[in-house]
Design a protein around this ligand. Sequence first.
Ligand SMILES: [Zn+2]
Length: 192
Amino acid sequence: MTLVGRLLSVIDADILPLTERGVATGNKVFGAAIVHKSDLSLVVAGTNAETVNPLWHGEVHTLKQFYELPGHPPTSELLFLSTHEPCTMCMSAITWAGFDNFYYFFSHEDSRDEFAIPHDLKILKEVFGLEPGGYRRSNAFWTAYSIPDLIDDEDEPLRTELLARRQLIADRYAVLSVQYQESKGGNDIPLS
Ligand SMILES: [Zn+2]
């Protein structure tokens, strides 16, 4: 199994079921998982829980659960998977936790345009003065990888197969996004 194929499976089988339950209780659609570099097996998956704490973004909430696991492996041995390109808080959390990588499925622009959640890009601009894509995707701490870009790099026929799987996942998120947007008037999340 290729890395990108495995990451799609983790989103599909491990993250999305948690997110479907999270969105049903008023939380955002963002999720994350941590897998071993060696065999790509799952360590932990998590989802957004901002109705409990506005800092429990999918990534930070997953890191919280990771550090609660007895005997968790060192982060140098792990890959960090985020369903959506991490916001600046989560990017910093991934940095402080010692990961040398993260992989994401949807971009910041997707979050703004397809999910009506513009806060990642707005914070990047307002707080850091950066345009979309303006952060250093490869730096002394980590390299960021876009899953759609990795799919585009694959050879046929694998590429077409992965694109079909990508679409099925995007379709599930589209349903969840509508559900979240319809429910969000009732929540008290500061940046809903
Ligand atoms: Zn975040």
